[in-house]
Design a protein around this ligand. Structure first.
Ligand SMILES: Nc1ncnc2c1ncn2[C@@H]1O[C@H](COP(=O)(O)OP(=O)(O)OP(=O)(O)O)[C@@H](O)[C@H]1O
Ligand SMILES: [Mg+2]
Length: 428
């Protein structure tokens, strides 16, 4: 397959030398089972790359199991990865396969590998080297034929230096490394990727805007894109929907770029209600700017995955605590703190927290997330997103005595995100 066809097929647009090198590397290793380490900031395309690697391997007809190692609470990660036997801990009413077994014959994508606890790292090393592992509570050795792709947005070598990542595991994962540079370091990709998103969304929403001024193009290219391709995609979607039939000049574009850095504030949101208010609303109601609402919804979507991680951790700690308290002290003392009942695990699975399993390379991202969240809250009162976030942030800061680095780690979000949210909610 030639490089351009490959790029179109797997949604890896770009004309920079860097993206060409990435594509060439994926093509070189296609058909092999080699372990791959993907490195790059959030939103640069690690997921897309992992899917392309799986889809060009001989395992493409088997599952690609995606595990977000950073989102699974420490207490249950071993049993999530390797499974457990019936009765191995309180609430383990059934034996259960772990993700390695589920991925047998296929590929496992260990996302945010840098966040894996050290006691699990040694078990990962064994499974990488020999395919062997033990379910929790079992002395029987299992094997799985699994190809591993790992990803991180951290510098793993730095983690090795700090002592939080095993050097031997680092070398084992580092067989083939694919570095995905941030968008600001491959500016040639910005316009082609932006064009592809505009084409996609114009057809999806049956909406077009009337082109771009040269200055606006320059701004697109010179902007730093802290959220990388994901942010570029959001901006393209917003422009297509909210700037229908408009010509985009520099000022118009600027509002979208600035607005993204002041999340939660409506000061920088574009005022986009083009229709006369009286056509849509009775005199009793103030005109509602649908543009602002839609824009806010689009931005919120970016935060959903962060929020899912927070909820996973929160659920784990509150349920586990309640369960321990409900038990007689004599039993409580004998419970391994790593134990959690299967209903927490089930709830988290049902809500899609921690794992997603996909077949082949289709990516029904948004609908999937909406369904997961809806079913998760089916029998619960729904807190507002703001309330939920605020509570979790305060909880984390309290627990880590105001240490923001630790709090952001515990919440499973970047420090940048935490700072933004502190600012947004006026928390200190
Ligand atoms: N080269 C590219 N061409 C077109 N779309 C891209 C490209 N790279 C990434 N994307 C799109 O950008 C979005 C973010 O990409 P992806 O989810 O792969 O990033 P990531 O590196 O896994 O981010 P995170 O670290 O937050 O998980 C996705 O919608 C993806 O389809
Ligand atoms: Mg990803």
């Amino acid at each position: 397959m030639d490089r351009q066809v490959f790029q179109e097929k797997f949604g890896l647009t770009g004309e920079s030398i860097a993206i060409k090198q990435v594509v060439d590397k994926i093509m070189q290793i296609s058909g092999t089972d080699i372990t791959v380490l993907l490195q790059g900031e959030s939103g640069v395309g690690k997921d897309v790359t992992a899917r392309a690697i799986h889809s060009t391997s001989k395992r493409k007809h088997k599952d690609l199991v995606i595990v977000n190692c950073g989102a699974i609470p420490e207490g249950i990660i071993e049993s999530e990865l390797f499974g457990h036997e019936k009765g191995s801990f309180t609430g383990a009413h059934e034996s259960r396969k772990g993700y390695f077994e589920k991925a047998d014959g296929g590929t496992i994508f260990l996302d945010e590998i840098g966040d894996t606890p050290k006691n699990i790292q040694v078990k990962l090393l064994r499974v990488l080297e020999s395919g062997e592992f033990f379910r929790v509570g079992s002395s029987k050795m299992y094997t799985a034929d699994v190809r591993v792709i790992a990803a991180t947005n951290k510098d793993l070598w730095e983690l090795v230096d700090e002592g939080s990542f095993r050097e031997d595991l680092y070398y084992r994962l580092d067989t083939v490394k694919i570095k995905l540079p941030p968008l600001r370091d491959r500016k040639e990709d910005i316009i082609p990727i932006f064009r592809s998103f505009v084409t996609e969304f114009s057809s999806k929403y049956d909406s077009v805007f009337q082109g771009f001024s040269d200055e606006a193009k320059e701004l697109l290219v010179s902007y730093r894109w802290p959220g990388n391709v994901r942010e570029l995609r959001n901006v393209a979607e917003q422009l297509v929907v909210l700037e229908k039939s408009q010509f985009i000049d520099k000022d118009r574009l600027q509002k979208y770029l600035k607005g993204r850095q002041f999340h939660g504030s409506t000061d920088n949101l574009p005022v986009l209600s083009r229709r006369e208010p009286e056509n849509d609303f009775t005199n009793d109601h103030p005109p509602v700017d649908m543009g602002i609402i839609y824009r806010a919804l689009l931005e919120m979507r970016t935060d959903i995955s962060d929020l899912k991680k927070m909820i996973a951790k929160f659920l784990y700690s509150s349920f586990a605590e309640k369960e321990m308290k409900a038990l007689p002290a004599s039993i409580t003392r004998t419970i391994d703190p790593n134990d959690v009942s299967s209903h927490i695990r089930e709830q988290m699975d049902n809500a899609g927290l921690g794992i997603r399993s996909v077949e082949n390379s289709s990516q029904p991202e948004i609908e999937e997330e909406d369904d997961e969240i809806e079913s998760f809250f089916a029998d619960k009162e729904i807190p507002s997103i703001e309330e939920a976030e605020k509570i979790l942030i305060e909880l984390a800061l309290k627990r880590f005595e105001g240490n923001r680095r630790k709090a952001s780690e515990a919440l499973g979000v970047s420090e940048r995100t935490l700072y933004r949210k502190l600012d947004q909610y006026g928390l200190q």
